[in-house]
Design a protein around this ligand. Sequence first.
Ligand SMILES: Cc1cc2nc3c(=O)[nH]c(=O)nc-3n(C[C@H](O)[C@H](O)[C@H](O)COP(=O)(O)OP(=O)(O)OC[C@H]3O[C@@H](n4cnc5c(N)ncnc54)[C@H](O)[C@@H]3O)c2cc1C
Length: 595
Amino acid sequence: MSTYAAPLRDMQFVIKELVGLADITAMPACAEVSEDLVDAVLAEAAKFAAGILDPLNRVGDKQAPKLVDSTVITSPGFSQAYRQFVEAGWNGLSGEPEYGGQNLPHVVSMPVAEMWNSANLAFSLCPMLTSGVLQAMKLKGSPAQKHRFLRKLTTGQWSGTMNLTEPQAGSDLSAVRTRAVPQGDHYRLHGTKIFITWGEHDMAENIIHLVLARTPNAPEGVKGISLFIVPKFLVREDGSLGERNDVKCVSIEHKMGIHGSPTCVLQYGDGPGAVGFLVGEENRGLEYMFIMMNHARLGVGLEGVALAERAYQHALEYAKTRVQGRAIGQKSGDRVTIIHHPDVKRMLMMMKAQTEAMRALAYTASAALDKAAHHPDDTERRKNQAVVDFLIPIVKGWCTEQGVEVASTGVQIHGGMGFIEETGAAQYLRDARITTIYEGTTGIQASDLVGRKVGFEKGATAFAIIEVMRKLDGKLAVVKNGDVAAARDHLRRAVDGLTTATQWVVDTFPANPQAVAAVSVPFLKLWGVVGGGWLMARAALLANSKLAGADADFYRTKIATARFYAEHVLPQAAGLVRAVTGGSSSVLALGEDQF
Ligand SMILES: Cc1cc2nc3c(=O)[nH]c(=O)nc-3n(C[C@H](O)[C@H](O)[C@H](O)COP(=O)(O)OP(=O)(O)OC[C@H]3O[C@@H](n4cnc5c(N)ncnc54)[C@H](O)[C@@H]3O)c2cc1C
């Protein structure tokens, strides 16, 4: 069983050199963040991830939480680890200082979150959801609600959840039926929410649920949904905990993966109704919840990166120790470890290259998020917000789909032992499988991308990003390095294809949105593949300028990885472009009777 080691060097490269930490720290709101501080935070997080969370990953997988009298008893060691997590201040890393947070930018909190996810995805879902609740309440909570809830959510003494799903309302939230009836200064909620991650547990003193529900006479559909804060324990004026609210966990799911995280069915209002407090205005709940969902979508995309990294480390260790066969052409002599076989090398490099490309894309989105929040110039803020909005479905959709593929390759590298639970390779694949489903399936991300993000704005942000990709070509052209030149060649063709496919979506969407929907997932994957290729080529360009200095081995490997990505991943773009521009009619022609 391998031990997780955070990929600090690559993380630092992406943050500092590729994404540009200096641009973030130059903004007055982030002026207190220094490179030394970032290095220290990452190093400490790496220790916590490896020392505390990683050893519990298997424990959670094998000894899932149990429901005992409406209380969820978490896997052995989880509660203690959570206490250490909170005491060390990790929960409040990007929280507001006013509420006890450390206010670090996303470009720093994202690599830290990647470590938590790699080391123990099931555990890390708890702080991830709390952080989503914080985002939504920070922007939409009333001053009194902020005063009452934000401090303990920031420190992690209390955790948060997101309650959208009901049996009949999954991807389609317009079907939400939970009722909220006004009563004085609060509401009483009745209904059943399913699949609520960390909906009940014994790690935090209180749980703050953000719940979608309908008030009496609310309009039908998404325009009649409101958002409520429903605490597990009511909170008194002075912040102390009062009586237990009328919400309880009635069952927990048996799942394919992330066994360590309880997925709960929550019953609201078995008795008088759960006391809930309206966030913002009635009927605008989905709009508010999207703040949390967008945050969580980037977070789930990052889970794909993190599991890919973990699966890669695991497979690499196995490939270095498993002896099987001789090197090609050798009839005698010692048998070799499988890392010497070209196909195993190809698989390992496929895992590494895809993981690094995904990391580069996800961290690019996090830097844009910081600039959208803090840039002193309003135009820059708006430009960066458009980039974040555009990248969210791609990071969520592509990184999670790739995460599953990379984890599956990890199993393949283990041969038969990959299929046997004892090696641990299968857990990463099982855990990864949910990431393409929750927070909106890949199909839902793709429909967001082709509709709101490309179709409605006639490709404005998409073409602006393509323009930035094209500008890189001139810089790559003058580099005298065969590997970089090879990467440039593949990238140029892939960007041409991306332009063609994006134009097709822009042209087709207004008159035939069905045709666009039929090929929306290949379109999303195309953007992921080419976006990753663009950033890997930029990484190669940067690395090439540093070959003569310190750490030359890292930069040489980065260039080799970028070339591999260009030659083994970027060619997928051509097929995806053909599927987008020519594949919709074969989908639309299908009748139900043809299946
Ligand atoms: C382990 C786990 C944890 C979860 N945690 C939470 C949580 O904390 N809070 C919460 O509220 N929910 C949570 N969920 C619910 C999760 O977000 C939903 O399962 C997910 O959004 C999909 O909804 P569904 O399961 O109803 O599938 P459906 O909506 O029934 O979808 C089934 C299939 O149809 C496709 N489909 C449906 N509608 C469309 C469409 N319009 N266009 C194209 N394709 C479509 C989907 O892509 C999918 O392939 C969790 C689920 C699981 C399994």
